[in-house]
Design a protein around this ligand. Sequence first.
Ligand code: 2AM
Ligand code: CA
Length: 265
Amino acid sequence: MQEQDLERGIAARLNSGKRIIRQAGEKAKEYFENYETLEVEVKTSRQDLVSEADREVERLIRAEIANAFPLDGLVGEEHGQSEAESDYTWVIDPIDGTSSFLHGLRSWCVVIAVLKEGRPVIGIIYDPMTGQLYHAAEGAGAFRDDRPISVDFETPLSGGFFVVGASRPEQSRHVGQVIEGLLSAGGIHMRNGSAALSLAHVAAGHYLGFYEPQLSSWDCLAGLLMVTEAGGVADDFLVANGLSSRGPAFACAPQAAAQFRALTV
Ligand code: 2AM
Ligand code: CA
């Protein structure tokens, strides 16, 4: 299927989502330029941070969506959930990679996923520091700046770059074992602090795979769809977890998926 063949409701939300995410990204970038002046609050742990930037950028995204699609539902990391009166629900993370952002590192992004009748149909990830916009629509492929992207179909696990993320101390043993197995098998471990940006980079063929044992839906739904649409293998996060519960996220290029999966269980 081509993008021009998408059904009207999905095409309209993809167009608006791309406009809204750029606007949100520019606002977030203004905050980032003065990140040292932001007051940082600790949420569930010292690894789970938030600032005015996250809250205000989410407000902007919510206001734009409510204006364009007033009946759609909305779930966001910072301001909770509003129920849908249409078939569509938007799942947003104003800043994914907040820890990177608040430490002055450039690996963070804005994330939007859209569900239709509970199924992810759109994923949009915007990297304001490079101006690159990644998007995918169910059945229509994955794109960076409107040009098609695909996973790396060539590299075996050995020699490939893999992201293994972790944010909680109780996962340390498990994550240590996954990284040890990966390194022993000749894989290379990398991490940039943003699950969504990492998944976009799997979809674009930079990283071969991604695994994190506990993520929220807003961190990973857009990126998991993007990897699938780019020819990769990815978990169906919502089958195993609800929209508001945490769970594992796995995505990989097909030729390395079984071997990488075996290292994560
Ligand atoms: P965030 O920046 O939106 O919080 C990095 O390992 C990934 O984990 C990021 O996508 C980050 O999203 C997320 N993350 C950070 N703290 C977390 C926590 N306490 N629980 C679950 N995910 C978390
Ligand atoms: Ca966030």
